[in-house]
Design a protein around this ligand. Structure first.
Ligand code: ARG
Length: 588
């Protein structure tokens, strides 16, 4: 369905043409002076230059035509040649009724669905999920939902880190603690135990311990490097132990991501791409792209137009080991083979930008990917504490995601219980939903590339530009709708009548923006556009709510019309927060 702004533009353009001017001058825009008008057209100024006449004359002639159109309440020509417009309440109500009837609530889905892989989350096996991975999960999940909503086929892949030195470190530390396990006995030929020799909490303690030890103990580090190589070479016992690490760790990660309302279609890992490496390397060499430099195998990826240095992409280290870039290149091959996507989008901390520049250029140069396949990197900023430094726990350590979530839930629970009497069990569930909205909205409302300050007090507030405020607004609407239903009313089958006051009209004009906002959020892969819109919408709604009788309205038709307006507002808000990855409770 057409956007309201486009309908207005059509009218203004036709009016320009009818007056003898090129119609392109007649494009309309949203008003940037909402105190004066709702829409405006500034084309008379430009047209005046071309037609060598006074802009106000053009504007006046156009206004004379537009005035006859019942779509407008008021059209005025203002010096030096602005055309200011207000739409009529009836025209607007009619548009809203069409929007209500549209199954996509006016959003234009894509005509050409693409297959898009989104590589996000990026947790590393056996390391506890920490804040660094939180943003990737939150932003990636939202972008995935936005792309899917616009009609694309989207595959979300967590792309776990399971192949680096961290594995060797863990294996070596396990060996130090339990040297008699069969995994370390090279002569062992039997079946390895089904049961892992550690629990998740032990595993989470093992990695930091091993990592610390490797920094002090040279021999331990050498052993860990050797264990990494052996694992990668396929030594049986190491592979079996690695499989235990994966199983224990992935089960835990799944639980953690589920708590975040983050869902992956694929649980692929770095190790899955390893089988593609030998052929890839051989081909890069044979094609003359990869060459040896100081023992390492590299591909040059710098370009003449570079303003900063782009170092060569290292394919193999001098000891023959594969690197992060090697794995990412092989993963591109694997993805093309298994899924043939039109586009791959990666989400990590923006400090990885150079890595992705190198990988993308190398993939294109060596022909791993067709020219028309898109590769996009979305780098995000750091989540800082109130001191402006990367967010830490009170004791100064790296904050574990679980603790962060439970802190927030606790705070939300306290606020809910303080607000009103609530059943403690229900309040716990509500606190989870509201807590998640606090974290996600707090993150997503910022432009992703920017750093932001994690401020628990602000994020969990029911007032201001926060997730809980948005949910509070939705819950307010739901409660009115429920009361209406309880009194025997039905929702969804009525008609909107022309707005009776300014705040009602303002709410309608805000709802009408949804289609353009969704399209822009998709184009820019920018969830913050959705946040900005729903914050405005919530404000405009709350203003309407305070100014206007709804359930107390005596005229039944008007009451019903307002109920329908609330229902549309609820639908748009709930669709929008679903794209952000959280949901509203029934009560709070
Ligand atoms: N595991 C990586 C990290 O923790 C992130 C992976 C991102 N995805 C990728 N294809 N490189 O930094």
């Amino acid at each position: 369905m057409k956007r309201l702004l486009d309908l207005i533009s059509e009218k203004t353009m036709q009016a320009f043409a009818a007056c003898g001017y090129e119609e392109t001058y007649g494009k309309a825009a949203l008003s940037n002076r909402p105190d004066l008008c709702e829409f405006q057209c500034n084309g008379a100024m430009a047209a005046a230059k071309k037609y060598r006449t006074a802009p106000i004359k053009i504007a006046a002639a156009v206004v004379e035509i537009l005035e006859k159109d019942p779509a407008f309440l008021e059209v005025t020509a203002v010096n030096p040649g602005f055309i200011n417009m207000k739409v009529s309440e009836a025209f607007l109500a009619d548009y809203i009724n069409q929007m209500r009837a549209d199954k996509d609530l006016s959003v234009e889905k894509t005509q050409e669905p693409k297959k898009i892989i989104i590589d996000y989350g990026g947790a590393n096996v056996a390391k506890p999920l920490h804040i660094g991975h939180l943003r990737s999960a939150i932003i990636g999940e939202s972008i995935k939902r936005i792309c899917r909503f616009m009609g694309h086929e989207v595959i979300g892949d967590v792309h776990l880190g399971d192949w680096g030195l961290q594995m060797g470190l863990i294996i070596t530390e396990v060996r130090r603690r339990q040297p008699d396990l069969p995994y370390f006995d090279e002569s062992f030929t039997g079946e390895y135990p089904q049961e892992a020799p550690f629990t998740i909490s032990e595993l989470e303690e093992i990695y930091p311990a091993a990592s610390a030890r490797s920094k002090e103990d040279e021999a331990f580090r050498a052993e860990a490097l050797d264990a990494t190589a052996k694992l990668q070479d396929g030594v049986r016992g190491y592979r079996a132990l690695w499989q235990h690490i994966l199983n224990v760790s992935i089960a835990d990660l799944k639980k953690n991501y589920a708590n975040l309302n983050v869902e992956f279609d694929l649980w692929k890992k770095e190790s899955d791409a390893q089988p593609y490496i030998p052929d890839m390397v051989a081909k890069m060499k044979a094609d003359g792209f990869a060459y040896e430099d100081q023992g390492a195998l590299i591909v040059d990826v710098k370009e003449e137009s570079d303003t900063k240095e782009v170092p060569p992409c290292i394919i193999l280290k001098s000891d023959g080991a594969a690197l992060y870039a090697t794995t990412d290149l092989a993963t591109i091959i694997e993805r093309m083979k298994l899924y043939a996507p039109d586009e791959i989008i990666y989400l990590t901390d923006k400090r990885q930008e150079m890595h992705f520049i190198q990988v993308f250029r190398c993939a294109r140069k060596t022909g791993l990917i067709p020219a028309e396949t898109g590769l996009q990197f979305i780098g995000f900023g750091t989540m800082n504490g109130k001191d402006g430094k990367p967010f830490k726990t009170r004791s100064g350590g790296v904050m574990r995601l679980e603790y962060l979530l439970s802190d927030i839930n606790e705070e939300m629970y306290r606020k809910i219980m303080e607000n009103h009497e609530a059943d403690p069990e229900e309040a716990r569930e509500t606190a989870k939903l509201v807590g998640l909205s606090a974290i996600k909205y707090g993150d997503l409302s910022n432009q992703a590339s920017k750093d932001y300050i994690f401020d628990l007090d602000r994020f969990t507030s029911f007032e201001g530009n926060t997730g809980p405020y948005i949910l509070y607004t939705i819950v307010r609407i739901k409660s009115i709708l429920n009361k209406y239903r309880q009194a025997g009313g039905t929702v969804g089958d009525g008609e909107l009548l022309p707005a009776a006051n300014e705040s009602e009209k303002a709410l309608e004009l805000e709802l009408v923006k949804w289609s353009a906002v969704a399209a822009q959020a998709y184009e820019e892969k920018a969830p913050h556009r959705i946040c900005a819109f729903i914050y405005d919408l919530a404000n405009v709604f709350n203003h309407f709510y305070h100014e206007t009788r709804i359930l107390g309205e005596e005229n039944e038709a008007i009451k019903k019309s307002r109920i329908e307006l609330l229902e549309l507002t609820r639908k748009v808000l709930e669709t929008a927060i679903d794209l952000l990855g959280f949901e509203a409770p029934e009560r709070m």
